[in-house]
Design a protein around this ligand. Structure first.
Ligand code: AMP
Length: 278
């Protein structure tokens, strides 16, 4: 496995790489969710490229950029164990050289939910993903459904900017009790770790509400709000949305998506899942 830090080194590595190239961008502090993307890339591609980069532009001024968990040695050992071929670990200056002034804005899809709660977040995500996809020249890039709005934003930008990489969305990997794996779960103390399962319970409760024939938004959102109240967890939003546009829907027709954000103790967690009328 080759670890490269500069754009020139990355280009050198990729010149001789066998195709197809599969690319897995991450912010590191790897867990089974990230590794599921690497395994999928490994199964489908001749060359697996990962990146580990905590992207400063997607964090708000009061967010956790400075204390975002990092452990490069452990990450590289995990990447190697999954047979990644190349790991790109750039310095901030490699991605944002002095004078950097070009940003990518994806409209509409970023207006609500994480985009509304975290101003500038998706501008940072879209910009770094565009740059990394330009550098990777990959045939396919693997993203988790865990960050569902991000996945839709990435799909939009590659279509709009004609980036010749296929985007592969991969299912959310969860703990046995349903909590979606996230690098930020390390912030949870034992009591909050327990309470954090409420996000998954709310997703299940939403589907049960639909299964019971109550398919209107108000009933489903109320059922989820009740879950959070019972658990004593502060809900940020729990909404029923169109899976492609992320706009709220009034009733679940064939398929909708539930998107959730909540504050468990001081930690903000997100989750999402499908809602199907069967
Ligand atoms: P991050 O390091 O948080 O930026 O995540 C890097 C990639 O891993 C993104 O495409 C995430 O959606 C994906 N990812 C994070 N957590 C999970 C999970 N629990 N299951 C599947 N994919 C995940």
């Amino acid at each position: 496995m080759n670890v490269v830090r500069t754009i020139d080194e990355l280009r050198d590595q990729l010149r001789s790489a066998s195709r197809p190239i599969g690319f897995v961008p991450t912010m590191g502090y790897l867990h089974e969710g990230h590794l599921s993307l690497v395994r999928r890339a490994r199964a489908e591609c001749a060359t697996v490229l990962m990146s580990i980069f905590v992207n400063p532009t997607q964090f708000g001024p009061s967010e956790d950029f400075g204390r975002y968990p990092r452990d490069l040695d452990r990450d590289l050992a995990m990447a190697k164990a999954e047979s990644a071929d190349v790991v790109f670990v750039p310095e901030v200056e490699a991605i944002y050289p002095p004078g950097f002034a070009t940003f990518v804005e994806v409209e509409r899809l970023t207006r609500r939910w994480e985009g509304e709660r975290r101003p500038g977040h998706f501008r940072g995500v879209a910009t770094v993903v565009t740059k990394l996809l330009n550098l990777a020249c990959a045939d396919a890039a693997y993203f988790g459904e865990k960050d569902y709005q991000q996945l839709q934003v990435v799909r939009r930008l590659i279509a709009d900017l004609a980036i010749p990489t296929r985007i592969v969305g991969c299912p959310t990997v969860r703990e046995p009790d349903g909590l979606a794996l996230s690098s930020r779960n390390v912030y949870l103390g034992p009591a909050d770790r327990q309470r954090a399962t409420v996000l998954f319970r709310a997703l299940r409760r939403a589907q049960e509400t639909v299964d019971a024939g109550r398919v209107d938004r108000a009933s489903i959102e109320q059922a989820m709000a009740d879950c959070f109240a019972e658990a004593g967890v502060r809900l940020d939003y729990a909404a029923i949305v169109d899976p492609a546009t992320l706009e709220p829907v009034e009733t679940v027709e064939d398929e909708a998506r539930v998107v959730i954000a909540a504050f468990v103790g001081g930690v903000r967690l997100i989750d999402n899942g499908p809602l199907v009328r069967r």
